[in-house]
Design a protein around this ligand. Structure first.
Ligand SMILES: [Fe+2]
Length: 203
């Protein structure tokens, strides 16, 4: 018999894959092959909460229905997810503003719940007035903004305000960072290539 956690994870996986594999943006299509071939193995990942999940809320909006339904599914099931952070205070690479108000929950990746060496993806939350300093990594990355907004600075491109529905693609080893203002931002993130759990380089 399937565990309840497996049923919930599969529901999130199906909804996320449907969202991503029907996404019209070319920068999401770059990940389609890795997503289709993500693997087949599921494992139990114990839920773990973080204060950032307070910002993962959902209310009907006028954004795209497909974004609304994905956001509502993750919001309903947020207490079942394993929320984590890549950085600690001791690392000294991100500020306490960020550590107090951010977190992500992996759906597919090295640690699961869906195990993959091909692709890493999940949901990430950044509270208001958070500065994610510029950093880089070998993996290429896409942020799909589900709700809220942030000013992104990618490589040498001018800073841009990105909001719900926008897709931000980051090439391998390209410095990138963002700042939220008075709103929290929720993203769906995608990584491929490189070590899917590599440590970012800052500065
Ligand atoms: Fe990144």
């Amino acid at each position: 018999m399937e565990l309840l956690s497996e049923q919930i994870d599969k529901q999130l996986l199906d909804a996320s894959l449907e969202f991503l594999l029907t996404h019209p943006h070319d920068d999401v299509k770059r990940f389609h092959n890795a997503l289709i071939h993500w693997g087949s193995e599921w494992r139990v990942v114990e839920p773990s909460n973080l204060p950032a999940t307070d910002y993962l809320t959902w209310a009907p909006t006028d954004s795209e229905d497909r974004i609304d339904s994905l956001l509502s599914l993750f919001t309903q099931n947020k207490s079942q997810l394993n929320w984590e952070q890549s950085y600690t205070k001791e690392d000294g690479v991100v500020g306490e503003d960020m550590l107090a108000a951010y977190g992500f929950a992996e759906l597919i990746g090295k640690f699961g719940p869906f195990i993959s060496e091909e692709v890493r993806c999940g949901i990430g939350v950044w509270g208001p007035n958070v500065d994610y300093p510029r950093h880089m990594h070998k993996a290429e990355e896409a942020y799909l903004v589900l709700s809220g907004s942030a000013k992104f600075k990618i490589g040498e491109s001018p800073e841009r305000l990105e909001t719900s529905g926008d897709v931000i693609f980051v090439e391998s080893m390209t410095p990138h960072g963002f700042q939220t203002a008075d709103q929290a931002m929720v993203v769906f993130y995608l990584w491929q290539a490189g070590d899917l759990r590599e440590t970012s380089t800052f500065g």
